[in-house]
Design a protein around this ligand. Sequence first.
Ligand code: UFG
Length: 322
Amino acid sequence: MAKKILVAGGAGYIGSHVQKQLLEEGFEVLVFDDLSSGDEVNILPQAEFIRGNILDKPVLEMAMSEGIDGVVHLAAKKAVGESMVNPELYAENNLAGSINILNAMVKYGVKHIVFSSSAAVYGMPEYVPIDEKHPIAPINYYGYTKRAIEENMEWYAKLGKLDYAALRYFNAVGYAADKSITGRERNPQNLMPIIMEAATGKREKFAIFGNDYDTPDGTCVRDYVHVSDLAKAHTAAMKKLMADGKSFTVNLGTGKGTSVKEIVEACEKVIGRKLNYDYAARRAGDPAKLTANADKAKELLGWKPQYTDVEDIIRTVWNLEI
Ligand code: UFG
């Protein structure tokens, strides 16, 4: 019988791609989402949907009692800057909300959770590429919330309550190549959707934050990983937990660094015209270079990103606009 997965945050940008991948691999999917930042158009017809907030325990427990075999939890606030001015919001959603999910799982005997974590748990890189042994020292409240839930899952696993996979994403970009996921993020904070808003006239121009970093072209270097590749790591992680029940934590990135300037130039090439942007001051808290060593994900999950070329990645985004 098909296993049923509750995807908390399944209408969001990464969650909707996870939902799609689970369905394609034969899982049943129950999307649990309050649509505060996710979009109903992202919920595929084959998925069940409960509109609910993870802070609403009765609704969450009702969903968890629906014969769930595993949970993928991506229902979280993720704007780093906002987390530093309004940590209360992040404490409530990312800490209390996640604890509600874990406790509802324990209550209904759901054993496996794949958790959406972040490279933000590492803080300022001491070396790159970053492996999972790199010191943990988040420099923003958002990163702290991700680490705190990882630690809580470690405890619950030690106490025999559940098993977990913590997936530390680097920079998620792209959209499903078949255009089945169309909901764009509202009020985006990240580079790629901001460039797309400038390209489609939703905003007049954008800024490159800093061109005096110690990098080849002076702009920040990041590890951009396609969201469909990320989604595949979630299904692989869930299958592994279901097979051996051994908890683990892995980085998800390509290992390849791309600068902001290179991203902008690649976007201009794909779109076929120049974009309107300025150079602006550095953004607080940005490391010059952040790339992943994802060897552990490869070893444990056989995970290998299919998208390695940024232009291919950008095409999956631009194709939604044309
Ligand atoms: N950038 C610009 N202009 C913009 C937006 C971003 O130049 O308008 C630059 C940033 O300064 C950075 C790069 O583009 O150098 C990427 O920025 P993003 O905001 O897209 O992504 P970050 O690398 O800052 O953050 C990502 C995730 C976070 C996560 C972090 C982990 O979005 O959730 O990686 O370190 F915490």
